[in-house]
Design a protein around this ligand. Sequence first.
Ligand SMILES: *[C@@H]1O[C@H](CO)[C@@H](O)[C@H](O)[C@H]1NC(C)=O
Length: 469
Amino acid sequence: MVKLLDIGLFALALASSAVAKPCKPRDGPVTYEAEDAILTGTTVDTAQAGYTGRGYVTGFDEGSDKITFQISSATTKLYDLSIRYAAIYGDKRTNVVLNNGAVSEVFFPAGDSFTSVAAGQVLLNAGQNTIDIVNNWGWYLIDSITLTPSAPRPPHDINPNLNNPNADTNAKKLYSYLRSVYGNKIISGQQELHHAEWIRQQTGKTPALVAVDLMDYSPSRVERGTTSHAVEDAIAHHNAGGIVSVLWHWNAPVGLYDTEENKWWSGFYTRATDFDIAATLANPQGANYTLLIRDIDAIAVQLKRLEAAGVPVLWRPLHEAEGGWFWWGAKGPEPAKQLWDILYERLTVHHGLDNLIWVWNSILEDWYPGDDTVDILSADVYAQGNGPMSTQYNELIALGRDKKMIAAAEVGAAPLPGLLQAYQANWLWFAVWGDDFINNPSWNTVAVLNEIYNSDYVLTLDEIQGWRN
Ligand SMILES: *[C@@H]1O[C@H](CO)[C@@H](O)[C@H](O)[C@H]1NC(C)=O
């Protein structure tokens, strides 16, 4: 019996690999073994048990090392991609490149055995296609990829109201306008007003949304002489009929190394300070806790200027917490979530700021502060190729159970509208980071920016006029 079953499985495996390798995905899932693909700088190995087929592919140590899967498709069609991998040396990231164009980054959580991870979606063209798995962090093992035809996205089910029961009319009007857009169009956005003006010069269109940074209002920077016009820029864009988003590179209140490698103005980085958020929160009577509140109060002054000017704010503090590279994320999710709650209470309740729409900016479930203090979800995605970033989008759909709208709050490469629609990646807005990204052709060519900014799917400043009504 056992013998027969073995033979049966073996025959099945033979049959499916014989079918899968040269063939196109049909209605069900189809798996492609990595060892049967084209290897560039990578090798087949069998030392790690648990692989399927004849082995797995390893040796991602040079930047260009990759696996190229050749896949033919009868029609243009969207597929869910999953990757079977082992990240036996810790958390890793890989790049998935479709047809030598769109790049998406996929996170491989650490583990000591092979496992599958959802790796977003790929839109196959009719005819020949390639899917490359390219180094990025390297040092992982790839067993296979599987393609399954994507199900159509069900309608969104977004919360009708903001969390803050006292939200002012401006915030409510913005939220309701955003709901009317979500799923139909994408709002164009840019970090910093002067870069938005540069886009106008290149494309004839101005971004609908401008994001500014309250970094230089951080008390530990002001003490060292910084000044800022971020609030003035935000008000100017609002007065031009635009939408404003605000983030805060919060310079640590104290404990800046201020060395040659880590200057005081890098003080939001974990590497540039010994300020310990876990220890600070554990001692609410301590001097450092007082400094933390002092900083929040200083930022409240700036947010109140925006409130007084009638500006509703897409407010995105504690960004990229889950990355750990900023001090607010350096001690793991619990202190970060606690700090988010303190910020929410201090700004909304204590300071009575009612113009804020709270935008959370991490993807992982462990880090999520909860539905009651988060209005909109977002991610920062730095991947070249002007792709739709559908992996992160789908992860955020899962995090918010499709009750929260989802924004691409910082991107390196602006997404192409045709890909956004084909992938059903309904990001509410995108905002491209400033220097070295918006004005860097390896991230965004002027031709691509023109295509994006002149697309019907992309809302620009002229097209959102009157959103307050
Ligand atoms: C406050 O933080 C600084 C910087 O990390 C640290 O040197 C100091 O010991 C902390 N103070 C207290 C009372 O914990």
